[in-house]
Design a protein around this ligand. Structure first.
Ligand code: PLP
Length: 438
């Protein structure tokens, strides 16, 4: 069915090939559990939890009810100098599942806002402690930290950076951890590459630790194709940060809320950061919300000066929006009811086995996995990077499966309620698409 293009013109779509899309639109109209439905009534298996966010599956009754009731009870409450009970309740509930000591929660509306908030917190933290020279921010090549200026400055994806000028000053990057020559087809965490963390020492030697505020990394990088931290890498990064008084920020926007088998990847890897950014799964994707978790010492460092004065000049009109807080509380209830925050650990073996069965399919050059995250990297078509994976994406869509591709990597991150039958269907559909894309 060809689309009525006149009705599609006005919407300039984000991170989308607009012209291609509008010639053959993919329109989602309903969702339930593991499935979407499109405008033609077809059932589409959701292989990516919407966009790494619908961790408990779609349209969960408790969350829907909470949002409906909240809208009727308190539609909005100003977050500056005012509060509402559910904001405090949600913060307490989040602190209770957070990595050790991360018991202060600042609300935002997205992952990008969480990242920029955390970067500002880090710089300001050093300043309130009298180390105002620590302003430099360190990101990592191939990192993704959303699309705001702070996030793209510390991020390491060239397409997201090159169009937007000189970005933030005083930012540098450590090298990425992708090492297919040594680690291709590792099942779970790759064995080689803890030493890549030493690259931080190179930057300390270049800039001096006294100028560096923080290092930000994704424990598992999703948007550049599911890149896992080598064994021991995050531990080493933590040690080097401690040695030099540098804050460590984990961007857990995709790894938060059960994706790697524990509530947060920090717990899966046994490494606790100083600041942690989240979004997406915090409300099961239902209402936009993000948050920054801070170690109490960071929060407390700001609590000085006259008590009637604002301590941290930052916040959003929609920070801790009542609808988002209601959705967040109901989401945490749903995760607890269904024991979802550790389910990825129970499903990991089966998921890994199914994914790695694709190893011998045409043009598969690597398979990567952790928890309920999968990456299948394909050999690019000659002279057309990202095209083979995009063809696989379109083929899967035709066959009723939603996957995501980034470059030539297929990324999978299904809802945590996934069952064996869904895993089989995802892998069978992908297998067919890979063969057809050969
Ligand atoms: C690691 C990471 N950080 C930040 C973001 C940005 O989140 P948002 O799109 O909600 O701004 C994303 C989004 O995918 C992400 O994966």
């Amino acid at each position: 069915m060809s689309a009525d293009v006149s009705k599609l013109d006005a919407y300039w779509m984000p991170f989308t090939a607009n012209r291609q899309f509008k010639q053959a639109p993919r329109l989602l109209t309903q969702a339930d559990g593991m499935y979407f439905r499109d405008d033609k009534g077809r059932e589409i298996l959701d292989g990516i939890a919407g966009l790494w966010c619908v961790n408990a599956g779609h349209n969960r009754a408790k969350i829907v009810k909470a949002i409906q009731e909240q809208a009727a009870e308190l539609d909005f409450a100003p977050p500056f100098q005012m509060g509402h009970p559910k904001a405090f309740e949600l913060a307490e509930r989040l602190a209770a599942i957070a990595p050790t000591g991360m018991n202060r929660v600042f609300f935002t509306n997205s992952g990008s806002e969480s990242v920029d908030t955390a970067l500002k917190m880090a710089i300001a933290y050093h300043r309130v402690r009298g180390e105002g020279a620590r302003t430099r921010l360190i990101g990592r090549e191939r990192g993704y930290h959303g699309v705001n200026f702070g996030g793209i400055s510390v991020g390491g994806m060239v397409a997201n950076r090159k169009m937007f000028g000189s970005l933030l000053a005083g930012v540098d990057h450590i090298r990425h951890t992708h090492d297919p020559a040594r680690n291709a087809f590792s099942v779970g965490i790759p064995p080689h590459g803890a030493e890549f963390a030493e690259d931080l020492e190179r930057l300390v030697a270049l800039h001096d630790a006294s100028t560096i505020a923080a290092v930000i990394v994704e424990p598992v990088a999703g948007s550049t194709g599911v890149l896992l931290p080598p064994q021991g890498y995050l531990q080493r990064l933590r040690e080097i940060c401690d040695k030099h008084g540098i804050l460590l920020i984990f961007d857990e926007v995709i790894t938060g809320f059960g994706r790697t088998g524990k509530p947060f990847a920090a717990q899966t890897f046994g490494v606790t950061p100083d600041l942690m950014t989240v979004a997406k799964g915090i409300t099961n994707g239902c209402v936009p919300m993000g948050a920054v978790f801070a170690q109490q010492k960071i929060h407390d460092a700001f609590m000085t000066g006259p008590e009637h004065l604002i301590e941290f000049f930052h916040g959003y009109t929609y920070s801790a929006h009542p609808l988002a807080c209601a959705a967040g509380i109901a989401t945490l209830d749903t995760y607890a009811d269904d024991d979802l925050l550790t389910r990825a650990a129970r499903m990991e073996g089966e998921f890994a086995k199914a994914l790695h069965s694709l190893r011998e399919e045409p043009n598969v050059i690597d398979v990567r996995n952790i928890g309920l995250v999968g990456g299948i990297e394909l050999k690019p078509l000659d002279g057309q990077p990202a095209k083979r994976a995009f063809n696989v994406f379109l083929d899967c869509w035709d066959k009723g499966l939603l996957i995501r591709t980034t470059g030539d990597t297929v990324a999978l991150s299904p809802p945590l309620i996934i069952e064996s039958g869904h895993i089989e269907r995802i892998v069978d559909t992908l297998r067919g698409a890979l063969r057809r894309a050969a």
